[in-house]
Write a protein that binds this ligand. Structure first.
Ligand SMILES: *Cc1c(COP(=O)(O)O)cnc(C)c1O
Length: 502
């Protein structure tokens, strides 16, 4: 068959692959160097500051006003740029003395798994391939580790925020009076959901995105341990019912972001059951404590959730991003998301023969192979190792709490239930009204020193430093060093103030 002559016949066709054997060799050599450098950088992370600001040279290189590169400078040059201007200025969460917010530390193996996944570049919408089987297996393991029944469905997502959005979507579909997928919330009675005041803002975000409105989220008071007041929950549901509203969901916390508090999940499950409400648990980091037989009792009741959102990139150290949603009823999960399209219909055989697609369980169609890094990490290290690391962080948090309690110049502001310690510097007779500003300044100096990165929060109107241990690299001496540095900086501030007032 002869084809008509086109412009292509006169032009050499291009590709993004190396275009000669020599070019393949050069890129392979560069790749080896990249892996070596990246490993070395992880091996020596302790020797560098936790955080440092970008110097002017890096800011210049990364200036958004720099023109779009029209002609490529080549892989060698861009790698040099990365080594000089990007890698030295990370968030710092890979460092042993990073305890800010709730992050995860990542692992060398996780890094390699990301690379392998990118190489395969599988499209994990749910085709008949190994990547889908890997995700199936990972989801089955997550179910088992967190005490969910075999029939439960799940999905790997970007993180607990997306997992919450998916879980609450299912709740909304199941508990609305009609078919919200078709009609939206038009003409619906206002649907209300309930969570403690300590609940992460992703629940509010989900309420907003789902069109429920943040006013529909009833934020309930907590007890002295920052756990939801179950009596207040019952009262709020009764009040809303009396007003003709439609209570539909109770959200429980397995580890709050401020203090790591775990709600009485058994009691919340009871309320949800008696009231006919959906029970969703935000277990972003805390749910993973279920891996440890010793810590599991703290989470009693979590296994009764209708949906459970948690992260693998926090307390399991999978490189960002990796979160997971589990839904007790697969049928409900599908009812909320599945639909038929002519271009994704199941084929009798071949690549499109898989009976259900991941895209029928969530928001995304094109999905990356994030399951590979979870699968490789679980297989290589074993769940028991992750459980021990979680216990190690909990023990370290209790040790830090004891050291804080033993220092008269420090004051702890919350009980330690899992891995979060909140405390502030009070010095010797610093007036209460100055403590907030004092501790904020102290924390700025701590970050700028590069020695350690706790974050901060406000508890009962009092600003404090917040140490969240989701870090497999931390050693006890790192926490001793933190106490030492906080005292040193606190005293330094005291001396400066005294000098000023003389
Ligand atoms: C981190 C966190 C979230 C949000 O998870 P992302 O992975 O950041 O989306 C939700 N709830 C709690 C308790 C968290 O710690």
């Amino acid at each position: 068959m002869s084809t008509p002559k086109t412009v292509l016949d006169e032009k050499r066709e291009e590709t993004l692959d190396p275009e000669s054997p020599e070019a393949w060799d050069a890129l392979r050599a560069l790749g080896r160097r990249m892996v070596d450098d990246a490993m070395e950088s992880l091996r020596t992370v302790r020797e560098r500051p936790v955080w440092r600001p970008l110097p002017p040279s890096a800011s210049l290189s990364l200036n958004p006003r720099r023109p779009v590169p029209q002609e490529g400078e080549g892989a060698e040059a861009v790698y040099r740029d990365f080594v000089e201007n990007v890698r030295p200025y990370p968030t710092g969460n890979i460092h042993p003395r990073f305890w800010g917010w709730v992050m995860g530390t990542g692992t060398p193996l996780g890094m390699l798994a990301e690379m392998l996944a990118a190489g395969m570049n599988c499209h994990v919408a749910g085709y008949e391939d190994a990547a889908a089987r890997v995700e199936d297996q990972v989801l089955a393991w997550c179910r088992e580790l967190l005490g969910f029944p075999e029939g439960a469905s799940g999905l790997l997502v970007s993180g607990a925020s997306m997992a919450t959005l998916v879980g609450l979507s299912v709740a909304r579909s199941e508990k609305a009076g009609g078919d919200v997928r078709r009609t939206g919330l038009f003409g619906q009675t206002r649907m209300t959901l309930y969570a403690s005041r300590e609940t992460h803002a992703c629940v509010r975000r989900a309420a907003e995105v789902l069109g429920l409105g943040s006013d529909s989220l009833r934020l309930l008071p907590v007890d002295a341990d920052f756990r939801v007041d179950v009596g207040a929950l019952r009262a709020a549901i009764a009040r809303d019912r009396a007003e003709g509203l439609r209570p539909f969901c109770v959200v429980g916390n397995a580890g709050t972001v401020n203090t790591g508090a775990v709600d009485d999940l058994e009691a919340l499950a009871d309320v949800a059951e008696q009231e006919g409400l959906w029970f969703h648990v935000d277990g972003a980091f805390g749910a993973l404590a279920a891996l440890s037989p010793r810590l599991r009792p703290l989470l009693r009741g979590m296994e009764r959730a209708d949906s459970l959102a948690f992260d693998l990139h926090k307390w399991m150290h999978i490189p960002f991003e990796a979160g997971c949603i589990l839904v007790r009823s697969e049928a409900a999960h599908r009812r909320a998301f599945a639909y038929q399209t002519e271009y994704l219909a199941q084929m009798p055989r071949g690549l499109a023969a898989r009976p259900s697609m991941f895209s029928e369980y969530g928001v995304q169609l094109t999905r990356g192979f994030r399951a590979l890094k979870v699968w490789m990490s679980l297989k290589a290290h074993g769940a028991a190792k992750f459980a021990r690391l979680i216990e190690q962080n909990v023990e370290q948090a209790h040790a830090l709490a004891r050291w804080v309690d033993a220092e008269p110049e420090l004051q702890r502001l919350a009980p330690v239930s899992l891995n979060v310690v909140c405390f502030r510097y009070v010095g010797r007779g610093v007036p209460e009204e100055r403590l907030d500003a004092w501790n904020r300044e102290l924390l700025c100096r701590l970050h700028e020193s590069g020695v350690a990165v706790p974050s901060y929060t406000t508890l009962g109107g009092r600003y404090c430093l917040r140490v969240c241990l989701t870090n497999h690299r931390t050693r006890r001496e790192d926490l001793e060093f933190l106490v030492h540095e906080v005292l040193r900086l606190g005293r330094e501030l005291a001396a400066e103030l005294e000098a000023k007032s003389v």
